[in-house]
Design a binder for this molecule. Sequence first.
Ligand code: MN
Length: 257
Amino acid sequence: MKILLSNDDGIRAPGLWALAEGLKGTGEVVVVAPDRDQSGVGTSVTLHHPLRMRRARSLAEGVSAYNVEGTPADSVILALRLPLVEDVGLVVSGANEGANLGDDILISGTVSAALQGYFYGIPSIAIAIADTEDLKFDAAARIASMIAQKVAEESWSERFLLNINLPNLPAAEIEGVELTRPGRRFYRDEIQEGHDGKREYYWLVRGDTQWHNEQGTDIWAVRQQMVSISALMGDLHSPEHSSFLDGLCPWLLQCLR
Ligand code: MN
């Protein structure tokens, strides 16, 4: 199976290459990712100027890589439409440095790269670690490769979009794997004003985060030190498709042990 791997933290991010190492045992991995950090750009696509793409240095043996002067969504569209890799069986985005929980999903570049895969009819997953320092990618790499293995073994071709968040823990310390619904986590952005000598400027900064820690949500699961899996798009809960989710969580937990 061929796997397209992207992210929003940029092509040098360690989380991307941790997933590349994990996934390359399951399929042929091609990395197409933004050339710099594009966190928070959401579903943005570049329509007002041309895009450039270059072959990039791969940090995983056997994996080819391209960087794009553009957004995560641009990267996946270029990869699929050129096509840099034909017959993609799975699109993976991440592993992001920082959670994509609740309302984050709507502004997440990580989720947006996977969303493009979904738009093109491909099973797609977004993966994030719910922390920003001293990140442990081992469990994320294993979860990604187990899902890739399941997609490959079942020749699963129905599109879906899974948003996966992990607590920042070694695999053995993860308490569970749960199917969740997106919770509510939102920011009150603040503005820092200044003057650069010529003009005034305004700098948007993330202010207080407000959390709703309701049971069954992605926020709740990660706070319980569990992996959260939310099916965002695709009718995976319908009777025809539920076979993909049936037993998925216990099986993934077993694989982490
Ligand atoms: Mn990011």
